[in-house]
Design a protein around this ligand. Structure first.
Ligand code: ZN
Length: 349
């Protein structure tokens, strides 16, 4: 008598192939193998502009083949010893908890720690494993939907940018861009006490949304015809549009002594000419912002749970996992501000 071959459990995922396509695959289901491991049934995964650009034009840090995505929220189904959550807990994963022990962390640059452990095999999957420190997940209140919670990493990055721009009570702030992150930055700036928040919108149809979320003014195509004397200048300018040319616009909008935050990632190899004499003679600070320091992820969850930062008008599109290969096209739709993949949703066709 021969034993039937044992079939290992699998999980469905979306693979970005070496040929640049997105396709559904079945991979070995992740298991809790070590102390601290968490297995999570994904209820929401975020598909944003960074992933779309990676697939369509390339990304300095993300390359195929792999399962795309690192932003997930869901329900814990298995937990190794000493794990920071228990089966049944609703959680959102912090994909960049710093190791706390490397040279980069020792220099206080935890946001840039290279030893973070994103969920395996990647966010666009039915099941993922998180293998990292106790700070790697936040347990969610029952009132916070998964599709909202999955924006916590993005909001944490925004909070870091505001801190690097030193947004203070009574400041004027300029936000370049009207994507999900920029629209969260408008709200977070107002919560931080900014007096005026001017949004620079390439897409005129986003102006009303930016104003509803707290922008006190929206500049569009009119900006191009204003003289340098007519342009409103602010002590904090956040470049969040993803357009490299906007960095030069950021200088136009910078008051003497201003902090300009380079928040966006651009295509590999991008260079831009900048008015370096303005940098020098007006004492500007040009500062990059990438990921976030410890503490910001939990703060972001709190802001989303309390409604102080809302996704009303931002979370516009949802797809099931079977439809996820269409995510780059859906995400590029001008009506799409933020797209969430919900693996339990059945395909539309
Ligand atoms: Zn580290």
């Amino acid at each position: 008598m021969t034993a039937a071959p044992t079939r290992l459990p699998t999980t469905r995922a979306v693979e970005w192939t070496a040929r640049g396509e997105l396709r559904l695959v079945d991979l070995p289901a992740p298991q809790a193998e070590q102390p601290g491991d968490l297995v999570i049934e994904v209820r929401a995964a975020h598909f944003g502009a960074a992933l779309r650009r990676a697939v369509t034009i390339g990304h300095p840090k993300i390359r195929p083949p792999r399962v795309l995505g690192s932003l997930v929220a869901g329900v814990v189904t298995d937990a190794g010893g000493d794990a920071p959550a228990q089966p049944g807990d609703r959680v959102v994963v912090d994909p960049h908890p710093p190791c706390g022990t490397c040279d980069t962390c020792a220099r206080g640059l935890q946001a840039l720690c290279p030893h973070t452990a994103p969920p395996e095999p990647g966010g666009l999957a039915r099941t993922v494993r998180v293998r990292t420190s106790p700070a790697a997940v936040a347990v969610l209140p029952d009132t916070l939907p998964f599709a909202t919670a999955v924006h916590a990493e993005l909001l944490a990055c925004v909070l870091e940018a505001l801190d690097r721009g030193r947004v203070r009570e009574g400041d004027d702030v300029v936000v370049l861009g009207t994507g999900a992150l920029a629209l969260m930055a408008v709200q977070a700036s107002r919560r931080a006490g900014a007096r005026r928040v001017t949004c620079v919108a390439r897409r005129p149809e986003r102006a009303a949304l930016a104003e509803r979320l707290g922008a006190t003014a929206v500049l569009g195509a009119r900006l191009a015809v204003l003289t340098d004397e007519e342009v409103p200048k602010a002590p904090v300018v956040l470049e969040m549009s993803g357009d490299p040319a906007a960095l030069a616009t950021a200088f136009r909008l910078a008051a003497p002594g201003a902090r300009i935050v380079a928040f966006s990632g651009y295509p590999p190899g991008t260079t831009v000419p900048l008015p370096v004499n303005q940098l020098h003679y007006e004492g500007l600070r040009l500062v990059g912002s990438y990921h976030y320091a410890p503490g910001r992820f939990g703060r972001a969850v709190d802001l989303l749970a309390s409604g102080e930062v809302t996704l009303d008008g931002i979370l516009t599109h949802r797809l099931g996992l079977a439809d996820a290969p269409r995510a780059p096209a859906v995400s590029a739709d001008p009506h799409c501000v933020s797209l969430v993949i919900e693996p339990h949703i059945e395909p539309h066709t």
